[in-house]
Design a protein around this ligand. Structure first.
Ligand code: 1HN
Length: 364
């Protein structure tokens, strides 16, 4: 932004400040991004600019890449054979705080043991009893849609002792870890942890804390709540909860399953949290102010922070189930979290098609 009315005296003063590694706040204000919203005086942010854009990575497109990754990337080459979903409008990351990656482990392979400050979880897509992750010495099976946690600084190695490739979605707080400059990392040394856990590796609350959230249990909760009224924006929500504190299952990432009933047409909402959504089953659409994203089973899509959206189940007969990863715990920890619903004066107006349907008109 051009600065108006800059007197020679002010410029001289700023030069003097610079020699002492000082800057006036008035100078900092002048360096905001062009698209940031300003107050009437044009000199303050009034709300966040979304980081990155909505985008979908389609399962149908990913499958050949996973196959090719197995040929092109030998297990010895990398700790993890994982494809990083990179937001088209961000220098790194799926959102500005989180990444998700699609990982494949071939029969007989071990993704070697390591630990890092990064908090991470896995959502199994193709797995079974012979696919497992060892977390701080505890082997945990990865059945389809199970969620496994590797909280920061827990040792973890992944094993595939089945006859088919195992595939899962990772969700990690990598960009947040980098932004706060906390990227500690350590190799275990051996390729895998010994079967019996070592007390030296255990975090204090380790025994009590679950590292595995079985899909069978989430499905049970979904069925048990079938009669509950859906939230107007998100559908029916089943939160994943840490039983030790009733909080989110990772310090930085909250997970919930969304069930959109057949024909569900959600209301617009926006929140300061950014998110990544994995489609367990069904076909739907997420409507943003400037675009629509259609999604289907096993697709992953990103919902940037402070972005108006509403979700639609395109099927009139089947529910759609989506697992959502949100960075809301980071925001809630510091009182930053905000949400607005469709009653906000800033909410997008209904699309012409919806308006036409509502008033029984023909769309133009
Ligand atoms: C990681 O440790 C895993 O443990 C997967 O499976 C993806 C992406 C970035 C940094 C560490 C894993 C990762 C990762």
């Amino acid at each position: 932004m051009e600065r108006a009315d800059t007197s020679p005296q002010l410029l001289e003063f700023e030069k003097k400040l610079a020699a002492y590694h000082l800057k006036g706040q008035w100078q900092v204000d002048a360096n905001r991004p062009q698209n940031a919203l300003k107050n009437a005086q044009g000199n303050l942010y009034i709300e966040p600019t979304p980081s990155g854009v909505p985008h979908v990575w389609r399962w149908a497109d990913m499958q050949p890449f996973l196959r090719e990754a197995c040929e092109a990337v030998p297990a010895s080459q990398t700790a993890r054979r994982a494809l990083v979903f990179t937001n088209p409008e961000l220098p790194r990351g799926t959102t500005h705080t989180m990444i998700s990656t699609l990982q494949i482990v071939r029969p007989g392979e071990i993704a070697w043991a390591h630990r890092h400050a990064i908090n991470a979880l896995r959502l199994a897509i193709k797995g079974g009893p012979d696919v497992f992750t060892v977390v701080n010495g505890r082997p945990l099976p990865m059945h389809p849609y199970d969620v496994l946690l590797t909280p920061g600084w827990t040792w973890h190695d992944h094993h595939n002792q089945s006859n088919e490739s195992a595939v899962w979605l990772d969700a990690l707080d990598v960009p947040f870890t980098l932004a706060t400059n906390q990227q500690f990392y350590e190799d275990y040394g051996d390729i895998a942890q010994p079967p019996a856990r070592s007390a030296a590796n255990a975090a204090p609350a380790d025994e009590a804390r679950p590292y595995r959230y079985a899909w069978s249990e989430v499905e049970r909760q979904i069925t048990a709540g079938a009669d509950e009224t859906p939230d107007p924006a998100r559908g029916r929500v089943v939160d994943y909860v840490n039983p030790l504190n009733n909080g989110p299952i990772l310090p930085t990432i909250h997970v919930y399953a969304q069930v959109l009933p057949p024909g569900f047409e959600g209301k617009f909402c926006r929140e300061t949290a950014s998110g990544m959504s994995f489609v367990v089953r069904g076909e739907g659409r997420t409507v943003f102010a400037d675009r629509e994203i259609d999604w289907a089973t096993h697709d992953t899509f990103v919902t940037p922070n402070w972005t108006w959206l509403r979700c639609v189940n395109l099927s009139k007969s089947e529910p759609a189930i989506v697992i959502h990863f949100s960075d809301s715990p980071i925001l809630k920890a510091f009182g930053f979290y905000r949400r607005e619903d469709e009653t906000s004066p800033y909410a997008p107006q209904p699309a012409p098609r919806a308006a036409a349907e509502r008033y029984g008109m023909e769309p133009e």
